[in-house]
Design a protein around this ligand. Structure first.
Ligand SMILES: O=C(O)CCC(=O)C(=O)O
Ligand SMILES: [Fe+2]
Length: 288
């Protein structure tokens, strides 16, 4: 099998060709894919007609998978390793609790002490238009800061909070579940600049979705700097916007990217996605 990578944008991302994810992969192929992932930060696999088992089996080649026990209400009923992001209404006709998941820029699970290394999102159903996901390259975001800003933020920490990240629709509709999830995910401190453990490169690690304040600064100081960094980290040149097709699988590296699910959906449009999550190495400190 010859595996090739074709860039999908300037900022990040490549389409992987020559892989059939229904079949078990040789170790050498997994190593090639991992290398491509480290280089391109997100990988796109098109036309992969895979079952949840095959999705899980492929994902598990890159690390131990989360069973989503801290967000247990949203996982697949038969496969704990699959988290469901959907606009499909629930059986009783009420709106889905995950229809607004990920609408603000974020890196998965940055509000925990073991943020996700990677995530693999599979498109089961997508409306004719809309339902795109945007990705940004946070190496580029860091590299393009001034030396002065780099020096300022290199040693700093910032608070990441699930209570802040959780969307109002989830809080309002299901206060008990929201409270259980918030209690299971107390706020943490993360370095503002994260050193990628595999590439050694520095990436900006703050997000509008989860970062509430810079440790050791006044709220005014913190807000000013964070607002600037949030804007800077997602300028169009550093991003890729993915228009989903059914059977696309996108695998991203949360250590050097952020993503955002766009709210570009017509009323009633059905978008149904399955995500696996690769557990990460420890990063961050408890908030004391
Ligand atoms: O639905 C999407 O496009 C992304 C949702 C999200 O943030 C995630 O699955 O991690
Ligand atoms: Fe996400």
């Amino acid at each position: 099998m010859t595996i090739t990578f074709k860039r999908v944008s300037y900022g990040l991302g490549a389409e992987v060709q020559g892989v059939d994810l229904r079949k078990p992969l040789a170790d050498a192929d997994v190593a090639t894919i991992r290398q491509g992932w480290l280089e391109h930060n997100i990988l796109l696999f098109r036309d992969q007609d895979i079952t949840p088992e095959q999705h899980i089996a492929f994902s598990a080649r890159f690390g131990k998978l989360d069973d989503h026990d801290k967000l247990y209400k949203y996982r697949h009923p038969e496969h704990a390793e699959i988290f469901i992001v959907t606009t499909r209404p629930k059986a009783d006709g009420s709106p889905s609790d995950t229809r607004e998941t990920g609408v603000n820029w974020h890196s998965d699970m940055s509000y925990t002490l073991k943020p996700a290394t990677g995530s693999l999102l599979y498109c089961v159903e997508i409306p004719e238009v809309g339902g795109d996901t945007m990705f940004s390259n946070t190496y580029l975001a860091y590299d393009t800061l001034s030396e002065g800003m780099k020096k300022l933020i290199d040693p700093l920490w910032a608070v990441h909070s699930y209570a802040y990240a959780i969307h109002d629709t989830e809080k309002g509709r299901n206060p008990e579940v929201a409270k259980a999830h918030i209690d299971a995910n107390p706020p943490v401190m993360q370095p503002m600049v994260r050193i990628h453990p595999e590439t050694g490169r520095k990436a900006l690690y703050v997000s509008e979705g989860a970062t509430t304040q810079i440790v050791g600064m006044t709220p005014d100081e913190s807000n000013g700097i964070l607002q600037y960094l949030f804007r800077h980290s997602v300028i169009p040149e550093y991003t890729y916007r993915h228009p989903w097709r059914p059977r696309d699988l996108v695998m991203w590296d949360n250590r050097c990217t952020m993503h955002k699910a766009l709210r570009d959906r017509l009323p009633g449009a059905i978008r149904h996605m399955h995500r696996t999550t690769i557990l990460g190495e420890p990063c961050g400190k408890p908030l004391v």
